[in-house]
Design a protein around this ligand. Sequence first.
Ligand code: CP
Ligand code: NVA
Length: 325
Amino acid sequence: MSNALNVMKMKQNPLTLKGTDFIKVSDYSSETLTALLEQAYEMKRLQKEGIPHPYLSGKILGMVFEKSSTRTRVSFQVGMKQLGGDAIFLSKNDIQLGRGETISDTAKVLSRYVDGIMIRTFEHEKILELAEHADVPVINGLTDLHHPAQTLADLLTIYEHKGQFKGLKLCYVGDGNNNVCHSLIEGAVLVGMDVSVASPEGFEPNAEILGWAIQQAEVTGSSVTVTVSPEEAVKGADVIVTDVWTSMGQEEEKEARHQIFKPYQVNAELCGQADPDYIFLHCLPAHRGEEVTADIIDGPHSVVFDEAENRLHAQKAILKNLLGS
Ligand code: CP
Ligand code: NVA
């Protein structure tokens, strides 16, 4: 990594996130986000070089899942183990939360057993309630509104492939009113990337998040644009991102969404408008032939598996800072 994300810097400016929650990207300053990325990079180096890094020896993470997961579940669990701790998978179907026990009681009880709680849930208010009542750090593993751990991994991936943030144009095509899109907009402007979002009318990003991002872009010297035209948004883009048209919890709208989002498919014709060296990101799971064609997601510009791997390294940085001593 270049000096812009110099891992030495983190040793001079240690983060002070111990005991805090990881809820959304916009809770952080540009400096803190950059420092977390530096630490994620350092976590990756330690793991790749086989250097033990038991920063969380003896610590336990409780992982509450109200929705399905492959990457989030496995990467948080493996991350805790690599850090010398452990994790407990708590499916909604197996714990009393699924039978009506309150979020606040769940938070108070889990806090007596574990050192941190990761939750994947529906309404964003639920994680806020959990955090209010928990005595240990609460980590967002995805809500309907935000997916901040994904953004940290995405930024790490972009930096690894592009070597910079400033001056890059990131384009998100598809459902703008989506957790992945919201967190990515927040993260991209904090590190100074220009963001363009192409989504159908009525599926624009959340107005409050967009308002914050537009203000923040002025501070970091970047820009945020929203358009209905995928061609316009992709023009000259260095990074193209998409996500599923139907997120978890929206299954009943699937057919209608298919019709609405069809013109927003990321395919070779659309990507032809991007910078010739563009990279393609998708948080996965993907639906080939829907939001992205197979030739793009399986093609030479795609970095989706680096992106998936980076969930592990990014989350270890979060865990170390929140749960570590
Ligand atoms: N990208 C992501 O969060 O994947 P999972 O749903 O498999 O956790
Ligand atoms: N937007 C998707 C992301 C899955 C990781 C969903 O919420 O289902």
